[in-house]
Design a protein around this ligand. Structure first.
Ligand SMILES: O=C(O)c1ccccc1N[C@@H]1O[C@H](COP(=O)(O)O)[C@@H](O)[C@H]1O
Length: 205
């Protein structure tokens, strides 16, 4: 039997969007803890949002934070840390590899250290100079196909939308798919119709 592709909705900032995600096909909700992002949520806001996320896995998206801050996020009730910067495996081993989604911003010549196979998953996003994520742009999915074939548990991200996610799933066969700007009205404000359409497209690729 075909395995169901996991869905992660990322960059949530509003209660109503978390509630809507719970009602849909979503396994993970992500909150961006990077202060320069237009989708940034503070720790206080994170606390409020994770209390309404229910059984959905709660992911804190972070960029190059020190160990103490990562530990604090886990202690607050976050299930997984999405390391979206230039983090070294050593910090992931310190917090627990099974609590880590390691994000890579894909560009030519990307090399993934095999040690990241031990992480919960490897997330592939689009590389764009001057930004860490949320670009809304796709990358060459052949890179993802190759890593899936090498046995990595891949969450495909970067520019996914209700229109292209079916094609992406058929080509890459990822463990999961992740979307932020493709289901938005504006940065941090999700469009409930697009959220529904995204889930429909994942379930009917
Ligand atoms: O969204 C951001 O501003 C952001 C900032 C810093 C790190 C990651 C960020 N976003 C992540 O980027 C991917 C892809 O987003 P998109 O679908 O292409 O818009 C996703 O995991 C976001 O959480």
């Amino acid at each position: 039997m075909e395995r169901k592709v996991k869905v992660k909705f990322c960059g949530l900032t509003r209660e109503e969007d978390v509630v809507k995600a719970r009602e849909l096909c979503v396994s993970y909700v992500g909150f961006v803890m990077y202060p320069k992002s237009p989708r940034y949520v503070s720790k206080e806001r994170l606390k409020e949002l994770i209390t309404i996320a229910g059984d959905v896995l709660k992911v804190a998206v972070v960029v190059n934070l020190p160990y103490e801050d990562l530990r604090e996020l886990l202690d607050m009730g976050v299930d997984l840390l999405q390391l979206h910067g230039d983090e070294d495996p050593s910090i992931a081993f310190r917090v627990g590899m099974d609590r880590v989604i390691k994000a890579f911003r894909v560009k030519d010549g990307l090399r993934v250290d095999p040690v990241w196979r031990e992480a919960h998953a490897v997330l592939l996003d689009t590389h764009k100079e001057g930004t860490y994520g949320g670009t809304g742009e796709t990358f060459n999915w052949d890179v993802a196909v190759s890593l899936v074939r090498q046995g990595y548990r891949i969450i495909l991200s970067g520019g996914l939308t209700p229109q292209n996610v079916g094609e992406a799933i058929k080509k890459v066969k990822p463990y999961g798919v992740d979307v932020s700007s493709g289901i938005e009205l504006s940065p941090g404000v999700k469009d409930h119709k697009k959220m529904e359409e995204f889930c429909h497209a994942v379930e009917n690729p």
